[in-house]
Design a protein around this ligand. Sequence first.
Ligand code: PEP
Ligand code: MN
Length: 364
Amino acid sequence: MTDRLDIVPVSEWGFFTLPKPMVIAGPCSAESEEQVMETARGLNDLGIHVFRAGIWKPRTHPGSFEGVGSKGLPWLKKVQEELGMKVSCEVASRDHVYESLKYGVDMLWIGARTTANPFLVQEIADALQGADVPVLVKNPVNPDLDLWIGALERLNRVGIKKLGVIHRGFTSFEKIQYRNNPGWRIAVEMRTLQPDIPFFADPSHMGGDKKYLYELSQMAMDLGLDGIMIESHCNPSVALSDAKQQVTPTELKGLLDQIIVREHQSDDSAFNENLASLRTRIDLIDEDLLKLLSSRMAVSRSIGEFKKANNVAIIQTSRWDNVLKNMIAKGEEFGLPKEFVKTIFNAIHEASVQAQNEIMDRDA
Ligand code: PEP
Ligand code: MN
């Protein structure tokens, strides 16, 4: 069980003035002073005051646009000074940290490819020692919750307490609808383990196409996440990176107007009573499920004893294939998704085999 991180609440960062969702927006990459300023002005006019722009870009293939580097940092400073916005960029090394802090970047984020590398995260954390800058940590490219939490712990250990996370989904070998597999379950686990940490979704990188921004942003809100980081460019069609997924500030306004924010709780007493009674029903059903599983396990153990007495192996594959097929078909009649039934019964089978194994291995 992971310890809770020592977090400064986001309300004390002095960053987000808008009601939820908290929004961080800006281009994938800073490309020129004009592009940065025009995009920032458009966003600022919408009431979005936290700007993002990649200065150093981690690209999959060499030869792609790798960011303008440190020469873009004065442009971010100009956004701060002329528009009063907070500015943020990605850091992937000690030097990026030093350069960003030297130019007074207000907030940093660690990209998905970097979170996956504990050496780099540690190097970044060491470079941040003594700094009071908020750091957002994207999930690692692979769905490894521990690696994600480990990165937060490394930062927390050097005294970074203004910590947040960004869920941007996971690399998938299979071709899927989105650029990344959303893997929302891992976001939910993170929220459960670290309920205090400000939680952003990144529908731009998750979807990889602006046509998915609405559904993914709404999903993030439905799950009760706190904010979104969205890529916005004054002229997406000529963007040097991630052109397809970027929207103009005006398009972003349309999107934000459409999104419905869900409250964490409600003051409506009728709603709360109803919810409480539904939850009681769920608790009772869960208890029944446990009782049933325990009876099933008892029968399974008897079968184990019986097989042992008759010197028969635990697994008869054809039997299990039949059970699974049967359960999937029955599950469908009950309106239960195939994958769900498969996962549950495979888990039950595994526990059952293990119990029988213990019986077989017992002496006498
Ligand atoms: C980015 O935010 O520009 C970026 C590179 O994202 P990710 O690390 O999620 O791929
Ligand atoms: Mn990008």
